[in-house]
Design a protein around this ligand. Sequence first.
Ligand code: ATP
Ligand code: MG
Length: 366
Amino acid sequence: MLSSRLSPLASTALRSASSSKASLASASRSAQHLLNVLPNSTVQRSNFATAKQKKKKQSQTIANAPPSVRPAAVENPNAHYKKLPIPDDPNATVGRIVAVTSGKGGVGKTTSAASFAMGIASKKPDKTVCVIDFDIGLRNLDIHLGAERRVVFDFINVINNDCTVSQALIKDKRFENLSMLAASQTKDKDSLTVEGVEHVLASLAESFDYVILDSPAGIESGARHAMYFADDAIVVTNPELSSCRDADKMIGFISARSRRAEMDKTAVTQTLLITRYDPERADKNESLSISDIQDLLGLDLVGVIPESKAILTCTNLGTPVITSSSHTDDPASGAYSDMVDRFLGEEKEWRFTTAEPASFFKRIFG
Ligand SMILES: Nc1ncnc2c1ncn2[C@@H]1O[C@H](COP(=O)(O)OP(=O)(O)OP(=O)(O)O)[C@@H](O)[C@H]1O
Ligand SMILES: [Mg+2]
C-alpha cells in the first residue's frame, strides 16, 4: 500500500532494499528518507505533517488547560474497570440512572432533561444530581444549563482516560448539588463503547443519587447505551402520531433489551412525558389527546408540558424553564415542577391539560 503512494524513484529504492534482503524496517526507512528529499513527495510529507500537527495541537489543548483540570498521566483504561451495580440489589449503595429518551428527534428531551435535573436538585437539596449529555456529535445540554463556556473535557475524554470523571464534571452555579457532563463533538459515534459507558456510569452512580441521561433520538449507539443502563426511563413524546409510534418502538426496546431485562431483574420503570401539548388543538381534534396517547402507549403519565413560548427564551438564556424567575407564571414551568414531584412519588393534580374556557368576547366574536 505504501509503495502505491510513492514516486517511481522511491518505489525502486523500496524494491531494491527488499531484494537485497534488507529488513522491512530499513526498506521503509529509506523510502521515508526519499519521501523527505524528493520534490514530488509533498503530498505524503504534508500527510505526515498534518498528523504530527494534530497530535501536537491535542497535547497543547490539554497542556493549556488550567492546572486544576489537567489530566493525570494516561493509564490503562481498563485498569480500574468498574461494573455498574443495580441499585435495588442488597448492599448496593448507588444512585439511580434515569434516561430521558424518545424514538423521534426534536420532541423536547434535552429541554426536559435540563428542567428535570434542575428540579430534582432544587427540591432535594440533600441529594446529588448529575446530568449527562449522551448526544455524541451534537452537544446541546450545556447551552440549556448555561454552561457552554465552561466545557473543558467531555464524556469521550473521560472514556478515553484523557481526564478523570471529576475533572470533566461542571458544577452548576445555582445549585451546588447539580453537575453536568458534556457530550463530545466528535463525529465518531462509535467512540461511546459499552464498557466505557458502564465504567463512567459506575463511577458517577457511586457519588450521585440521580444520574440523568439526556439521550439522543432513535436507536443509535448513544440512545442504546442510555436505555441499556437505565433504572428508570422517561419516554418523551409530542401529541402526534409519528412521535407516538417511534416512542412505542423505544418502549419495546427498553422492555426487551435493557440491562435489567438481560439480567432478569425488576423491569426498568417507564413513564410517559407529553411535551408541547395544546389542549385547545386536542379539543378540536387537530392533535392527539392525552387519553389517545395513553391508549397508544400504555404507560403511566409523569407529566404533560404545554406548548410554551418561554421555552425558547429560557434555552437562549441558559436557564431551564422550571426555575427561571422571569417565567414563573409560565405554565411550562409549573408543569415541569409537577412532573418532578410526581417522579419523586408525590400525588399532584393535573394542571394545564384542559383548554381555558373561552372568554365572553371570544364566544361572541370567535
Ligand atoms: N413545551 C415546549 N413548548 C414549545 N417549544 C418546545 C417545548 N419543548 C421543547 N420545545 C422546543 O422544541 C425544540 C426541540 O427541543 P429539544 O432540543 O429539547 O428536543 P430533543 O428531543 O432533545 O431533540 P434531539 O432529538 O435533537 O436531541 C426546541 O426548539 C425547543 O425549544
Ligand atoms: Mg436533545
